[in-house]
Design a protein around this ligand. Structure first.
Ligand code: 3PG
Length: 225
């Protein structure tokens, strides 16, 4: 974070970033696109039943804010907002109850808005320049998106050799077949993706299939240990 920020401000950001450690303990962040807010409750419960009491609800639909509010009321569930691309969406997401924010790219005003509100944010960064800009804003964890298109695990490990303290959350095009190669990297605390809660399963209200997909993914994670 900028050195001119007051020490108290800097300390509070460090504490807020620690939220990530809890979230990433599962090593998988479900990325959820909800078209109908009525699905938020059963979906949150299905994720919990599958062992993943955490989700990033993307601001790609009109139901996002209401869905975040509903999931935020599920006891033991941690909900964040994804695809946050403007400062006003940061505000909207926090009002709805988002505990963390994820952005596909790096915008100083979006990062600053989240930091001033005391919410941890993971902005997207895939190039050395973007990573350096993120570091200058006090960011220690970036979203590497779209991971598959931008070179996958090989690209991340090459970047991590230069940016030794940066953590990467790969997202985009990841599924059970590619997840292990990302999670084997020490700079990758977790991967994120929609494959554990596919949009067509949500649309079909097949929440049992979501629970099964989460369990399957977590058993793969356990096998890596
Ligand atoms: C995101 O916003 O994080 C990605 O669109 C999720 O990518 P996926 O659907 O390929 O998992």
């Amino acid at each position: 974070m900028p050195e001119e920020w007051p020490a108290s401000d800097r300390m509070s950001l460090v504490i807020k970033q620690e939220v990530f450690m809890d979230i990433f303990a599962y090593r998988i962040m479900p990325v959820i696109q909800i078209e109908d807010a009525a699905d938020a409750q059963p979906l949150g419960e299905a994720l919990m039943a599958g062992g993943l009491p955490v989700a990033e609800v993307t601001f790609r639909t009109d139901a996002a804010a209401e869905s975040i509010a509903i999931m935020n009321d599920i006891e033991g569930f941690t909900v964040g907002a994804g695809t946050v691309i403007t400062p006003s969406q940061v505000e909207l997401a926090i009002e709805a109850g988002a505990k963390f924010l994820v952005s596909p790219g790096l915008r100083t005003d979006v990062v600053r808005e989240a930091q001033l509100a005391g919410r941890p944010i993971i902005p997207g960064a895939v190039t050395p320049g973007e990573i350096m800009s993120a570091q200058a804003l006090g960011i220690d964890t970036v979203k590497f998106f779209p991971a598959k298109v931008f070179g996958g695990p090989a690209a991340i490990s090459t970047l991590a050799a230069a940016f030794t303290t940066m953590k990467f959350i790969p997202t985009g095009g990841i599924d059970g077949s590619t997840m292990p190669d990302y999670l084997k990297l020490s700079c990758v605390p977790a991967v994120a993706g929609s494959w554990v809660a596919l949009p067509h399963l949500i649309a079909a209200k097949d929440f049992a299939a979501v629970t099964a997909a989460c369990r399957e993914a977590l058993s793969q994670v356990a096998a890596l240990a």
